[in-house]
Design a protein around this ligand. Structure first.
Ligand code: AMP
Length: 386
């Protein structure tokens, strides 16, 4: 029986534990918070990620260690790596922690990216705007996620406000200016690479964000040209091989016509892959564990069509979802709070029409018509000829 250590005890760790339990795996989870929700399903060590003694405790007696979030200090990952195999490797984690390093790597690998510039000073911001063009987005290089640490600049007069909001962080986490991409849709590749280099991807997922936070995902993404999917998978594969990556990761892409631009990589299981729990042969969580432990990978084919709806802030009434034949409920057991991801639902169906009908009923019953509306529109696109 193998034991896996997980740095970070949020919902991703919780779903890893839930996926690994039927495989006979044991877990140890480290999180700074005593009520981290993975602690409801696995032994929890409470402590700071840079507390070397607690890292030693996590590393003792585990067969491998992994992460449920990417902002683990690189030194902590390296310290743990002295005690046990840490996968994905700390170098891959480091590459994904800095938006500037990440985008530079994408570019080096021939993965198209929006124009970007490093920004260190107020004057530097004006110069970067000159190069990148308007509109653009100023972002923190490190520690930003879910749209946090971002400021959209529509015209030059907003540069001052952007600097007021984020300038203080130029000397700490660093800043990057990116061209704003008028994308038609956001797609993600969720992929897994095994210890032996075997590489698999789930079908492309179409994602919708509200205020920078994922709101809904639909998979397989309808109306994707085969050449576009091939490009997206090839980008993900090149990235995984360059980083000698082991485990699951997501590559977020902006899509416009037949053009793809990479936004970022998440070096972990990803919110846009939650649908795989019920919607694919093997879920991202199970395959991540299989990869980390050097076990054969499971098939990544979709079973029909699936839509994931994120619950942000507080949990809605579960009954409209549970009342649907393909409805599945995930309550992370977290305290409600503004902007917090507290749970999700996945609705699965054999065909797009049945999925759309179920989503329409759920949206109406929960008063969340706006959340399901773009998914319904995408499903209509799938159904329309041509
Ligand atoms: P991020 O934290 O970089 O994943 O950004 C969160 C969300 O903000 C993305 O999923 C997009 O919806 C939006 N966003 C971020 N960067 C850009 C960009 N360069 N152009 C357009 N939208 C963006």
């Amino acid at each position: 029986m193998s034991t896996v250590g997980i740095l970070g005890g949020g919902q991703l760790a919780r779903m890893l534990v839930l996926a690994g339990t039927p495989l006979g795996l044991r877990f140890k989870v480290l999180d700074p918070s005593a009520d981290a929700c993975a602690g409801h399903v696995a032994p929890l060590l409470q402590g700071a990620y840079d507390d070397l003694a607690i890292l030693d405790e996590l590393g003792a007696g585990v067969d491998a260690a992994t992460f449920d979030f990417e902002n683990v200090p690189a030194d902590a990952a390296r310290h743990l790596a002295a005690a046990t195999q840490v996968l994905p490797n700390p170098g891959a984690l480091g590459a994904a922690q800095d938006r500037l390093a990440e985008k530079s790597l994408f570019r080096e690998l021939g993965i198209p990216v929006p124009a970007f510039e490093d920004v260190a000073t107020r004057e530097g911001l004006d110069a970067a705007i000159g190069k990148v063009g308007l509109p653009c987005i100023l972002k923190t290089r490190r520690l930003g996620y879910d749209g946090k640490g971002q400021f959209r600049i529509r015209d030059a007069s907003e540069a001052e406000a952007a600097w007021e909001a984020l300038g203080a962080q130029a000397g700490t986490v660093g800043l990057i200016l990116e061209a704003f991409v008028p994308f038609e849709r956001e797609l993600s590749v969720v992929a897994v690479r095994g210890r032996d280099g075997e590489f698999r991807t789930w079908p492309l997922t179409w994602n919708w964000h509200v205020d920078g936070v994922l709101s809904a995902s639909l998979a397989p993404a309808p109306a994707v040209a085969p050449a576009l999917a091939r490009d997206a998978f090839a980008h993900a594969r090149r990235l995984a091989e360059a980083l000698d990556y082991v485990g699951v990761f997501a590559l977020e892409l902006f899509c416009r016509g037949d053009q793809l631009l990479a936004n970022e990589m998440a070096p972990r299981v990803h919110n846009s892959g939650h649908w795989t729990i019920e919607g694919a042969q093997a879920s991202q969580f199970e395959n991540h564990l299989r990869a980390v432990l050097g076990l054969p990978l499971g098939a990544t084919d979709a079973i029909g069509h699936a839509c994931m709806l994120n619950w942000i802030g507080d949990m809605p009434d579960p009954r409209p979802v549970l009342g649907e034949p393909g409805g599945h409920w995930h309550d992370y057991g977290k305290q409600s709070g503004p902007g917090r991801k507290v749970g999700h639902a996945t609705v699965r169906a054999d065909d797009a029409g049945t999925l759309a009908a179920a989503l329409e009923r759920i949206g109406r019953a929960l008063g969340r018509e706006a959340q399901v509306a773009p998914v319904l529109e995408a499903l209509r696109l799938a159904a329309s000829p041509g």
